[in-house]
Design a protein around this ligand. Structure first.
Ligand code: MLC
Length: 527
């Protein structure tokens, strides 16, 4: 028998009690057995405490309810009552700022969630909300603890309710570090960011065995819900890495870009990159010919401080880029069309990706810079039947609702509804700029001429010559770079080389922006 299984002994003296406390603590910290630790390492995974050490500043972790044990009975549970009950909870600091954390200990019941385990998580979530500090979950658990039945399941309900209450109040980050099935997969979907590690983490509502039984499909765990699947295909995860160390280091980086809560601004740093740095290179990076692709990521790299930014959902919906970076030390969210992927069109996935990002930036007081080069929404039966109307509306709704500073810049194409959706002046952008290469229009000149001059073209002796003449006429009348500026639809046409300086000066002016939305319970956003 170990101290773990015994009631505390007879009191001797205070020093004896303290020695006993240290012994109990040491056992709680050590966990179930060396064999279990080795098994965890053999799978290429760290233990919960090793992960917490990587996440938090050295020596900063304060554990809560380390000595908690479950009171469940049946299925031999009476004889197996490990300290922590399979989840380590507490708080510490990341770069000196408070962060709350819970980490499943897979060595105990496979990290599965029982009643006591769940109430520990509820308590730490309540503390994070009360303190107004971010919550990071390090997930490595097998879902509801089957032996505890519906009591375990109800524990998940309490987590989901708190996730939702905390949404838009404190940043919530879910780090997936093991197989997370059933109940364990829902909570992350309610949080702001999901991180995964290739090979060792999976998320699914039902595992491969159930899938095979119900649909007959045969698939591996990683094929069903591995990091690459969720980073590229489903969009469930925002960040995917090869190992836990890199993954957790990136969580720290993300936290450095976020405020503690919705009442604060993100932390500002001293910038070493000059605010008035010219970017003549932008003239070579972006071809004036609207049909030639280029890498929008290089434009972002050129205008942010030190070329450094964190791309969110980097591998999902690549036709739009969502990134967090700094300009003159101030954190900004950047939404940019990517002409290198699908010519930068807006489709269902791009609209969903950008809508969630804009919403997140607005919730956490992060100004939004929108870089436009968009030929329109993607036409097609799949898109229409997939609900592009309601998905596109999500992006529109998110921008229209955002009260943070909003600046948009049109680099080249800005056509039709997609132009309006991408934070045009008409939906509330605070400042709108355009490069002299801009083509703001209802649609491309060829398409426009085919519609409005259809009869003239059809009846002409030489329809091709007539079409070319009409395209030219349309372009010179309605598509010249100063058309929008003459009508006040953009605030200024700027020299691309001065982009960084103009954006930074605009951000500085908007620092004190305050905007209120009408009083209401909540809106009814398109879903
Ligand atoms: C998560 C796993 C892929 C991990 O596989 P591994 O081979 O790595 O590990 P393993 O199977 O040896 O499990 C390690 C230890 O955890 C225990 N264990 C695993 N899953 C458990 C669970 N859900 N409840 C209680 N204990 C559990 C195992 O018995 C074992 O205990 P010991 O070490 O003593 O031998 C697998 O264990 C698994 O598929 N578990 C069931 C997952 C599941 O169906 N969850 C959904 C629950 S319902 C739910 O959550 C609600 C819902 O949405 O419907």
């Amino acid at each position: 028998m170990t101290v773990l299984d015994e009631a505390p002994g007879e009191p001797t003296d205070a020093r004896g009690r303290v020695a006993e406390l240290h012994e109990i603590r040491a056992q709680a910290v050590a966990g179930p057995s060396e064999k279990a630790t080795n098994a965890q390492h053999a799978k290429g995974k760290l233990t919960a405490r090793e992960r917490i050490e990587l996440l938090l500043d050295p020596e900063s972790f304060r554990e809560v309810e380390q000595l908690r044990r479950h009171r469940a009975t049946g299925f031999g549970l009476e004889a197996k009552k490990p300290y922590t009950d399979g989840v380590i909870t507490g708080w510490g600091t990341v770069e000196g700022r408070t962060v709350f954390v819970y980490a499943h200990d897979f060595r105990i019941f496979g990290g599965a969630l029982g009643e006591a385990h769940a109430t520990k998580i509820h308590k730490i979530m309540d503390m994070a909300i009360a303190a107004g500090a971010p919550l990071v979950s390090l997930n490595d658990g097998a879902g509801a603890r089957i032996q505890e039945g519906v009591s375990a399941l109800a524990g998940y309900g309490g987590i989901f309710q708190r996730n939702t209450r905390a949404s838009g109040v404190i940043p919530q980050i879910s780090v997936m570090l093991g197989p997370c099935a059933g109940g364990a997969a829902y909570s992350p979907a309610l949080t702001d960011f999901v991180f995964m590690v290739r090979e060792t983490s999976q998320m699914f509502i039902t595992g491969p065995d159930v899938v095979k039984a119900v649909t007959g499909e045969e698939i591996t765990q990683n094929g069903l819900g591995g990091a690459d699947v969720h980073a590229e295909t489903s969009g469930v995860c925002h960040f995917a890495y090869d190992d836990e160390e890199t993954c957790i280091a990136e969580v720290r980086y993300l936290l450095s870009l976020l405020p503690q809560n919705n009442r604060e601004n993100p932390p500002r740093t001293e910038a070493s990159d000059a605010a008035d740095r010219r970017s003549d290179v932008l003239l070579d990076l972006v071809p004036a010919d609207g049909n030639r692709p280029y890498d929008m990521a290089k434009v972002i790299e050129e205008i942010v401080d030190d070329g450094e930014y964190l791309e969110v959902h980097e591998r999902w919906a690549r036709n739009i880029i969502c990134a967090l970076g700094r300009m003159d030390g101030q954190v900004v969210g950047i939404v940019a069309n990517q002409p290198q992927a699908l010519a930068g069109v807006l489709d269902i996935e791009a609209s969903e990706k950008a809508a969630r990002f804009v919403q997140m930036c607005d919730a956490f007081n992060i100004p939004i810079i929108t870089l436009l080069d968009v030929p329109g929404f993607l036409p097609g039966v799949d898109q229409e039947h997939g609900g592009i109307i309601r998905h596109g509306a999500k992006l529109l709704y998110a921008y229209c609702n955002a009260t943070v500073p909003r600046i948009s810049l049109i680099l080249r194409k800005a056509y039709g509804g997609a132009y309006i959706v991408m934070d045009s002046q008409s939906i509330g952008a605070d400042l709108t700029y355009a490069w002299p290469t801009n083509e703001i229009a209802v649609m491309g000149a060829e398409g426009a001429a085919n519609v409005i001059f259809r009869r003239q073209i059809a009846e002409a002796e030489d329809p091709e010559a007539m079409r070319a003449r009409m395209v030219k006429e349309y372009k010179s009348e309605l598509m010249h770079p100063y058309y929008a500026a003459e009508r006040g639809l953009v605030d200024d046409v700027i020299d691309p080389a001065e982009t960084r300086e103009v954006l930074i000066k605009s951000l500085a002016m908007l620092q004190t922006k305050h905007a209120d939305l009408p009083s209401r319970k909540h809106g009814n956003p398109p879903q």
